[in-house]
Each structure stands twice: as C-alpha cells, then as structure tokens.
Design a protein around this ligand. Structure first.
Ligand code: NG6
Ligand code: CA
Length: 530
C-alpha cells in the first residue's frame, strides 16, 4: 500500500517537474515568436488537437444498427462506438440522397441552395469549386493531413466531354482540400467501375483505354438487357446498361478491363486503404473521411459475409460494414491513437429496400425495420429520409451517453473550425453552425432548426416538423418508399408522434404559417449561419 503510494508520488513529482520545464520552454518560445505563431504555440500547449475519423455509411438506416434497436443484425463494432461515445437520436444528413448530403457536409452549405447537386451520373463534373472553404480545407489549414477513401459522388474533372479517364483526372478531391484520395467516382451501380487514386485510375492498361457514355451504348458491348439471363444479380428497375462483373449498371462503358473493380472485394479494398492511411500518419494530426460503399446497391458483399444474417445481401452488407468499422477501430487501438481520435459514424441518407436489384431484400426483410421508429426512408421527406445513426467517440473528452441535441452533418465544418480555433469568413459555410459543445455532449442544445431536403423541403423546429406542400407520388413506384409528398401542408409533433402518423396542420394553422414563413426566410436569405 505504502510503496504503491510512494511510487505514485514519485511519478507525480517527476511528471510535474517535466511539465514545469515544458511550460517554461513553451513560454520562452512563445515570447520570442511573432504574434500569430505565439497563439498557435499557446493553444497547442493547452489542448492537443484530436485526429478525426469520419465514417460515412451509404444508405444505412436509423434502425439498421443494433445500438439503435436492430435485432435481426448485430453490429458489435458500431455498437462499441455507441458504448464508448455519444449516441445521437437527432443526428441528420441534410438530404434524403447521397450527392446533396455529401455536398452539404463538405461545403457547409445546404444543397437545396445550389442547382446541380442532385444524384450525379458517373461522368459529372466536380460540383465543389476548387479554392472554396471545405471541411477538409479547414482541417488542412489547421495543419491536418487529410484523406478520403471510398465513395465520392461529387463529380470529377470539368465535365463529361472534357474528362479523359485515361489521363490526369482533375479537378477532384485533391483540389478541394484532400492530400490523399482513393475513391470510386460515383456509386457502385454507376460506371466507370474503377478506383481512382489521387489523379489516376488504378491498374489501367493504356492499351485498353476507358470510355464512358451515359447516353448511348458502345456497339458490341453487352448490356443488362442483352445479357439479362446471364446476370449474377438481376435488376428490378434501371441498372440495365453496362454489365460489369455480371452486374448491370447505370451508364455505358468500354475498355479498362484490367482496372475494373470486383464488387465482392470492394469493402476489403477501401478498408485496406483507410487503414494504410492511418498507419502512414506521422506526428501531424489527421482527418480521414472513410466513405464506405456498404450498404448501397449492388449489394455484393464478400463471400465470407454470405448468410451472416437471414436477410440476404442487404443484411450481410450491414455485417460487412460493421467489419470495416471494426478494422478502423482496431487499427486506431494498435497504433495507440484511440485516445486522441474523434470518431464520428453516420450515414448519407435513410434506408431503402429494393433500390433496383432483385437481391431478396424485400422477401427476406422479416420483422427488421431499417427506418427504426420513423416513417419513410431514402428519397423521403419523412424523418427516415434524413434522420440517421450518428455516433461520436472521443475518449477522455466525451462522456458516454445519449444526446437528443439536433445536429446536422452540415454543422461539421463550422464545428471542426471551432475545434481547431479558427474563425470562418462570413461567406464560408453559410448553413454550418459551430456546435462543439453539443458534439462533445457538454450541452443537450443543438441547432434550433433543421431543414430536411428530399424532393421538396421540410423543417424541424424543436419537436415540430413541417413538410411543405408538394405534388408528386405518395409512394415511389420503384422503391415503394413513402415519399412524404402531399399537396396539403403537413405538421407533426415528433415528441408525441415520431412516426409522423397524425397530420396536425389543420389544428395548428398559426404554427403551419410560422414554419412556412421560416422556411421562406431560410431560402430567401441564402444562409442560416449568423
Ligand atoms: C437512383 C438509382 C438508385 C441509386 C440512387 C442513388 C435507378 C433506377 N435508381 O437513380 O439505384 O443509385 O440513384 O443513390 O437508377 S445514392 O445513395 O447515391 O443517392
Ligand atoms: Ca446514399
């Protein structure tokens, strides 16, 4: 007992002496340094900046994760984040589809403000202007080394007729703030079905150049129509153009045989690159944006995940996603980075069951509820379109628990700027709120309102949800999702009715009018950050 105490005391004294000398040194350096670097030295001495890993799933719903209530699938690695960190119940993607959500997250601007931010084809031009203040650029400015691995879907190059997949592909991630990138251009179901590392297609044989066309087929190349009987997985809607690896895709493509990806190996390929990025970091803080392809269509997980659930490829892809998360967390442990790494895990939009392939997702769903307690899913203005899993872990800084604070992915930019002691210019990130206290669980107060963007707009303010009137199908003919369209205004009390089943608009005309006015203002002002 005594000897233990003495040992502790000796250690404490030694540490105190070491820290005292360090403080003297920092003070001396800062006094000699010019004004700007002086504040940098001081802030580094007081708070070590965390590394940041942002794990961004594709199409994973609120109810697809066991820590959010799923029972038909187990996600132990994701659940580890929930256990060791904060589990948000009101974390949102900005939009009910991929491109606009990613655009908003990386620019801090709601995508509904900018034309051309809808789901992009694989040959679209980059939609984020180089030189703009982006999420990675903010962190790069703070001295971070920045990398993106996985799904991009924000366009590449200067547009379809100007982009040569066989040469330098630019502009791209490296021009908007990333130091390193290993990506797919768009989605797993869109051509070109190749990986792009930094500015080049990986494994390309110059003698077999790639050509891509979204309008017309290449003569002689098989299509999902001509080869329908021989496909590995049949399509249910769309996905009948190029055939790659026995799977029909959106868009036509020819050439690049040696560079084509194998869907079954994709999670391995991305995870390996992400782990390598972590291993290569030396000294500097880093930011890794790890955007998995799982669980987007085509769902073709590696055979080792086959049958891991009773739900077919959609369930097995969730297990594959969870495995990828585990690999990242284990790499952080191995590299002794866990303690000072902020890990955020979320998804780009809500869940979808049949998104264009006959992969048994509908038939084998059973009692599983991908949307959790919410209504709708991907493409929908109802909650499940944008309310997604949102987990935040930073050991030592964030106390494990649950937070009901309203937090949108569009807030990450300003929040990371605050985390790294930076002030944004007024024109930057017009919809991004700096919510560091909410992100770290120091307050349960998040943003005052959230715009949810599907076809039209919806607004959540406190627990009230208003969906603006919109014509259009109530249910998507393709995916069978309840889209939230109604020519009448809709108003729901999410506290009493999280499933949006009772439209209270006629009972509360004043609230409807106030929320409509608030939406009008949010649109007209072009910004919402004060
Ligand atoms: C749709 C595709 C769907 C998916 C989606 C984008 C058809 C019929 N459907 O157009 O399969 O690719 O776009 O998904 O082609 S997202 O998650 O990238 O937004
Ligand atoms: Ca998506």
């Amino acid at each position: 007992m005594t000897s233990k105490h003495e040992h502790w005391q000796r250690n404490w004294q030694r540490n105190w002496q070491r820290n005292w000398w360090l403080s003297v040194l920092v003070l001396a350096v800062s006094l000699c340094a010019p004004e700007t670097s002086r504040s940098v030295v001081a802030s580094q001495a007081t708070a070590q900046r965390p590394n940041i890993v942002l794990i961004y799933a594709d199409d994973i719903g609120y109810g697809d994760i066991s820590s959010y209530g799923a029972t038909a699938v187990k996600t132990p690695n994701v659940d580890r984040l929930a256990k060791e960190g904060l589990r948000f119940t009101s974390g949102y993607a900005t939009s009910a589809t991929c491109t606009p959500s990613r655009y908003s997250m990386l620019t801090g601007q709601y995508a509904f403000r900018k034309q051309g931010t809808g789901v992009l084809p694989g040959d679209a031009a980059l939609i984020i202007e180089p030189g703009r203040t982006t999420l990675p650029a903010v962190l790069k400015r703070a001295g971070y080394s920045t990398g993106v691995v996985g799904k991009w879907h924000l366009g590449l190059g200067a547009g379809k007729d100007k982009l040569d997949w066989n040469g330098e592909i630019t502009p791209g991630p490296l021009d908007i703030g990333f130091d390193y990138s290993f990506i797919m251009a768009a989605t797993g179901d869109r051509v070109p079905t190749v990986y792009v590392e930094n500015r080049r297609v990986v494994g390309l044989d110059p003698a077999d150049p790639i050509r891509v066309n979204y309008d017309k087929p290449f003569p002689g190349e098989p299509t999902g129509v001509s080869q329908r009987g021989e496909l590995k997985m049949d399509w249910s809607h769309g996905h009948n153009m190029a055939v790659v690896n026995g799977v029909g895709r959106i868009g036509y493509m020819t050439g690049g045989k040696s560079a084509l990806w194998v869907d079954e190996d994709m999670a391995d390929a991305f995870t390996k690159k992400a782990v390598t990025f972590l291993e290569q970091q030396k000294g500097k803080p880093f930011f890794l944006y790890f955007a998995t392809h799982d669980i987007h269509v085509p769902r073709v997980p590696h055979p080792r995940f086959k049958g891991k659930t009773t739900m077919g490829p959609r369930g097995d892809a969730i297990v594959e996603f969870d495995w990828s998360v585990g690999e990242i967390l284990r790499a952080l442990d191995r590299l002794k980075l866990t303690q000072n790494t902020l890990v955020i895990l979320t998804s780009d939009n809500g869940p979808v069951i049949d998104d264009g392939y006959k992969d048994d997702a509908v038939a084998k769903l059973g009692a599983h509820k991908p949307s959790g307690p919410f209504r709708g899913g991907k493409y929908s203005a109802f909650e499940a379109g944008t309310r997604v899993p949102f987990l935040v872990r930073w050991p030592g800084r964030i106390k494990p628990g649950i937070s009901d604070a309203l937090f949108s992915q569009v807030d990450l930019l300003a929040t990371f700027a605050a985390l790294t002691g930076q002030t944004l210019a007024a024109s930057d990130a017009p919809d991004s709120f700096a919510l560091l206290p909410a992100l770290t669980g120091n307050t349960k107060t998040g943003r005052p309102h959230i715009v949810e963007h599907a076809g039209g707009l919806a607004l959540r303010e406190g627990n009230w949800k208003y969906i603006e009137p919109r014509n259009g199908p109530k249910i998507s003919a393709n995916t069978n999702t309840e889209l939230g369209n109604d020519p009448q205004p809709q108003l729901y009390d999410l506290a009493q009715d999280p499933g949006e089943t009772r439209n209270l608009a006629t009972q509360h005309p004043d609230r409807v009018q106030a929320m409509q006015e608030q939406l009008r203002k949010l649109r007209a002002e072009g910004r919402s950050r004060r």
